[in-house]
Design a protein around this ligand. Structure first.
Ligand code: FES
Length: 73
């Protein structure tokens, strides 16, 4: 069983719980202050990769349920 969980919040960030190592696209270490972090998924944060609350100002609407790939027959 994993010690890490990731939950999409309603119209907000991804809530990540557990011991994680966070890196940027170039592999650079990003300091994580807590075992619970909120990662931006709206693209508007000025503090990426972390959420700064901008999602509520820009009216971000995230999917409320997992979207499965369409099955075509
Ligand atoms: S999800 Fe909160 S600022 Fe992007």
């Amino acid at each position: 069983m994993t010690d890490v969980s990731i939950q999409a919040t309603e119209n907000g960030p991804l809530k990540v719980r557990g011991p994680i190592e966070l890196t940027d696209a170039e592999g650079g270490h990003i300091e994580v202050q807590s075992e619970t972090v909120f990662l931006c998924r709206c693209g508007g944060s000025m503090n990426k990769p972390f959420c700064d609350g901008t999602h509520s100002k820009v009216g971000f609407q995230g999917a409320t349920a997992a979207v499965r790939e369409a099955e075509e027959s």
